[in-house]
Design a protein around this ligand. Structure first.
Ligand SMILES: Nc1ncnc2c1ncn2[C@@H]1O[C@H](COP(=O)(O)OP(=O)(O)OP(=O)(O)O)[C@@H](O)[C@H]1O
Ligand SMILES: O=P(O)(O)OC[C@H]1O[C@H](OP(=O)(O)OP(=O)(O)O)[C@H](O)[C@@H]1O
Ligand SMILES: [Mg+2]
Length: 302
């Protein structure tokens, strides 16, 4: 279903149709209270709970869709955003996009990798070499910065296999665990970019009331991202060990201490903004706390 031209009072968010970023992007939007009418294999999803529609596309297309004003926001890797931005500026066009939020997942690096039996002496070693990559503009800028003249071989995928196929001498590709490089007898030697998934949006403000919808969505997103690590710690303890218990609580907000009806006991609740480590729970138990629970927080309005 193609979105009708009259829907520009609704926000359009581009996400990856299928790939590493699709599920976390959908989960993030769902945690903001969004529901959609179409199923996930459709290209356009109509937002039911908020005036926010989704376009499901290849991740490489997301920056262009935002730059052209077809979409308002996108969830995409910084690596794709930077590559798009450099391809524009190298054509003499102005930068059109910026990162509106960093999401902390989809973390990877764009690295130069060489054969694992070779020595690495520095970027000058790449002079005259053929470097295979899917990120030619990012690599081109790095080579220029380092003053290195090399041949950039642009491939859309399977970059790590290029040296074995004789298409290139070294590669410049995304690395996370390093497993793919190792499986291809390559080793990382330089990092060009640290990447993670980001909310990409235009550098200029949104118009036609879409800014307000985007503000609402981003406020909910900020809350959802903060809550992701937030836990509610609950425990009970005899009243006389309460001072001991309070000094051993993990960092967080102000604890709430409630009397337990008809008993010489208290119930303590604390909102923690990070994971609560096991040793801390064991310390609390050792000073007399019991029924200690750590619960995820689904939603919060402070
Ligand atoms: N190994 C990895 N670990 C973590 N994040 C990664 C890894 N590889 C890629 N990414 C991030 O996930 C994004 C999407 O990767 P994916 O492999 O799904 O893209 P793709 O094959 O280009 O998909 P599409 O078909 O949408 O073009 C990358 O642009 C990068 O930001
Ligand atoms: O360091 P690693 O953990 O091995 O990850 C690196 C690999 O992950 C990505 O590919 P992906 O697996 O997404 O497949 P793709 O090439 O089909 O996109 C990337 O292009 C590397 O090939
Ligand atoms: Mg892609």
């Amino acid at each position: 279903m193609t979105p009708p031209a009259t829907t520009r009072d609704r926000l359009r968010v581009a996400i990856q149709k299928s790939g590493r970023l699709s599920d976390p992007a959908r989960d993030l939007l769902a945690s903001c209270g969004l529901t959609w009418r179409e199923s996930r294999d459709k290209l356009f999803c109509y937002g039911e709970s908020l005036p926010v529609d989704l376009l499901l596309v290849r991740d490489d297309d997301i920056p262009g869709l935002i730059a052209d004003g077809v979409c308002d926001l996108g969830i995409v890797g910084r690596n794709v955003l930077v590559e798009h931005d450099l391809s524009r500026t190298s054509n003499g066009q102005a930068s059109a996009l910026k990162e509106w939020r960093q999401l902390g997942w989809g973390v990877c690096r764009l690295d130069i990798a060489i054969n694992d039996d070779e020595q690495w002496t520095g970027p000058q070693q790449l002079t005259g070499q053929r470097i295979a990559t899917s990120f030619p503009h990012t690599l081109g800028r790095w080579l220029t910065d380092k003053g290195v003249q090399a041949e950039v071989v642009t491939l859309s995928g399977s970059v790590e296999i290029a040296p074995r196929l004789g298409q290139a001498d070294v590669v410049c590709d995304l690395v996370s665990t390093g497993g793919t490089l190792a499986a291809n007898a390559l080793k990382p030697v330089e990092t060009l970019l640290h990447s993670e998934a980001v909310i990409a949006g235009p550098s200029a403000p949104l118009e036609d009331g879409r800014e307000e919808i985007a503000d609402l969505l981003l406020r909910r997103m900020d809350g959802a991202l903060r809550l992701k690590e937030t836990r509610l710690l609950m425990l009970r303890a005899a009243r006389d060990v309460l001072p001991e218990v309070l000094t051993r609580l993990p960092a967080g907000g102000e604890p709430t201490v409630l009397a337990v009806d008809g008993r010489d006991e208290v119930s303590v609740q604390l909102l923690c903004h990070n994971a609560v480590p096991w040793p801390r729970l064991e310390e609390l138990k050792a000073v007399g706390a019991h029924t200690i629970m750590v619960l995820p927080v689904e939603g919060m309005l402070a």
